[in-house]
Design a protein around this ligand. Sequence first.
Ligand code: AKG
Ligand code: FE2
Length: 286
Amino acid sequence: MYNNVQLTNHGVDEAVAQLIKDNTVEFFSLPLDIKNKVAVLGKGAGLEGYGHHYSRAPGDKKDWAESLILITQPVHERNMKLWPTSPPTFRDALATYAVEMTKLARRLLGFMAADLGDEDEELVEAFTGKRQSMAMHYYPPCRHEGKVLGITPHTDGLGLTLLLHVDDTPGLQIKKDGRWYPVRPLPGAMLVNIGDVLDILTNGAYKSVKHRVIPDAERGRTTVVFVEEGTVEEGMVTPLPGLLKQQEPRYKSIHLDDYIKGILKAVPEGIRFANTLKIQNDDGST
Ligand SMILES: O=C(O)CCC(=O)C(=O)O
Ligand SMILES: [Fe+2]
């Protein structure tokens, strides 16, 4: 069972991946006033748009990244005012990449369902037709090691995250057994990251992984991150009903809307909201 792997044989159309990489690099290289045309709308308006999204971490280290976050599916939830028109091929690149990534996510979720013995593919169903978003990040080089972080340590709050490295600059680290391990970008590879919602849906079988980004002293780093949300019927974030026929639930159920509100409040405080949903056993274990 895996919860953080790099897939090299992922079948994503190379031209489609190249197009999103090229457009992302070009976007971040544009003058600030152009990028700010799609700036985050401000407090309470959600995370969509261009800006310094993660500079809300507690502690004295500042997050050192420029990001562009957009909802890509369903189409009617796209906020086209925040979809850049420069470079001119960016919108097309985003839309075609989202379609390719939906196919890859379906295949991966199918493997996970088989692995879990989820014969009815409830896991695949949970993600079908749900909201997807993309986050493009640029981490400028930084020589002040120790003073800044590319992205503060976190687990991804939502379902399945698929990360595409645009270059081979290192920076991403994952936490395992209390230690940070660097992820070395493999050319063309897609990094699979389990988010907290997937952890909850699989009743803890697939565990979300804590990760952070450390900026490189010499080179900038660009990534393209695809995120898919998953819920069971009525928009609930809960262990899959099929799994609970044979297991006790490890997480309480919550509606996705309340879950997202919970994350937005917990993240700035450095809290993993999913932990608050864990069911304690009589002996205090989870
Ligand atoms: O850019 C990266 O390597 C990580 C980005 C990330 O953790 C995120 O978007 O949640
Ligand atoms: Fe992340």
